[in-house]
Design a protein around this ligand. Structure first.
Ligand code: SF4
Ligand code: SF4
Length: 112
């Protein structure tokens, strides 16, 4: 089991989650974060910290695609361990539907 960052994170990227992760397993893309499933210890402390409710356990249904995205891009994007200010328009994109199709980017973020 692991926790998975879902498309609700896209363009929100509040980064509250990274401060609480005891094993620093978040990785940063241009407009979302992902979790490395082989590093995540399933502690679950990040799930309630996310203002966008973007983090779910992989035991929930329908997460296959996002589990693949988390696995693939956590191997390519830089590690992020310290929170930073959310994008200025993050609140506008919270709860928006269809963000993966509209905005998903394979480009890496800055990392720490
Ligand atoms: S707190 Fe939620 S929205 Fe923010 S970066 Fe983490 S997963 Fe994404
Ligand atoms: S469940 Fe725990 S180990 Fe996994 S990403 Fe969240 S805080 Fe990190």
């Amino acid at each position: 089991m692991t926790y998975v960052v879902t498309e609700a994170c896209i363009k929100c990227k509040y980064t509250d989650c990274v401060d609480v992760c005891p094993v620093d397993c978040f990785y940063e893309g241009e407009n979302m974060l992902v979790i490395n499933p082989s590093e995540c210890i399933d502690c679950g402390v990040c799930e309630p910290e996310c203002p966008a409710e973007a983090i779910l356990p992989d035991t929930e249904e329908g997460l296959e695609k996002m589990l693949e995205i988390n696995t693939k891009y956590s191997a390519e994007w830089p590690n992020i361990t310290v929170s930073r200010e959310a994008p200025a328009d993050a609140d506008e994109h919270k709860d928006e539907e269809g963000k993966f199709e509209k905005y998903f980017s394979t480009e890496p973020g800055e990392g720490d």
